[in-house]
Design a protein around this ligand. Structure first.
Ligand SMILES: [Zn+2]
Length: 288
């Protein structure tokens, strides 16, 4: 799933390609992706792209006062095409193509979604805040306003909730998902199950630094890369996420996995949990 650094890089890449260009046509091949009906899709035709920005994990293409907002969800992606086919795409549940945006010179964007579970979302709105999930986003962890005191306040409010869940909840902090929450907890040498309000001052500082460093470095590495290069870039720098059974790059211990919410998390026992593997709650519940 694209998270803050990838969506930031996509916005940067698309800004360079789309700005001052006219949108000629928007084809929707997967009707489930379009979540709004007013303004209509046709309102975008003939608009001029002014900017492309990011809000949390949402991509916002601003054109002649309208906003085409995309949430790429788990398996969504964007592919730039120097030349889009002249024949409009056929609506189909089998093709990964969800939306095609055609520009004035025949170039365009394909918004795709792999897999059968379709959760990619597109909104056409007058204000970004008209998108429900966007209006309720928490603060951006790379914004200047995201100070250590803001993080302290968040963790105190969240009480005994597990830190992993707090970090990736979009209404609490915007833009961090399953992968980067694993990564920054590993960088902070902190258990993903640690209660949010149990951090002492030193741990708070360590976590704050990890958030800014892990996300900031990923943004810096990704800036200037094309959409096609971003996934490989992300994967090659992960220390624990998606690396179950492989050695931790810091200490060499074996990266482990436990179930968490609707998926799983990865962590290093030596770096994060005092060498002790975490109990897999889902497994132990099933075995009872
Ligand atoms: Zn380790």
């Amino acid at each position: 799933m694209p998270e803050l650094p990838e969506v930031e890089a996509l916005a940067l890449d698309l800004r360079g390609r789309l700005r001052d260009r006219a949108i000629v046509k928007v084809h929707v091949a997967a009707f489930s992706a379009l979540k709004t009906f007013d303004p209509p899709l046709s309102a975008l035709e003939g608009t001029l792209v002014e900017d492309v920005t990011r809000h949390g994990k949402y991509l916002d293409i601003q054109a002649s006062g309208l906003h085409l907002v995309l949430h790429l969800a788990r398996a969504g992606w964007i592919r730039w095409r120097d030349e889009v086919p002249t024949v409009p795409p056929k609506p189909s549940n089998k093709s990964p193509l969800a939306v095609r945006i055609v520009l004035d010179d025949g170039a365009g964007l394909d918004v795709t979604e792999a897999g059968t579970r379709k959760s990619l979302a597109m909104y056409i709105v007058r204000e970004p805040g008209d998108v429900p999930g966007l209006a309720s986003l928490g603060p951006d962890p790379l914004a200047d306003e995201f100070t250590i005191d803001v993080l302290r306040g968040i963790l105190e409010r969240e009480g005994r909730k597990q830190i992993k869940g707090v970090l990736r909840h979009q209404g609490t902090i915007a833009g961090i998902g399953n992968a980067y929450s694993d990564e920054l907890l590993h960088a902070a040498r902190m258990s993903p199950f640690k209660p949010a309000n149990s951090l002492d001052d030193e741990e708070l500082q360590t976590l704050y630094d990890a958030i800014r460093t892990v996300l900031g470095d990923a943004v810096q590495r990704s800036a200037g890369l094309a959409a096609s290069e971003l996934k490989g870039e992300k994967k090659s720098h992960l220390a624990v996420h998606g690396r179950t059974g492989l050695p931790c790059p810091v200490c060499g211990d074996t990266v482990r996995e436990v179930s968490f919410a609707d998926s799983s998390l990865q962590y290093c026992p030596t770096c994060q949990t005092g060498g002790k593997p975490l109990a897999d709650r889902r497994m132990s519940r099933l075995l009872k």
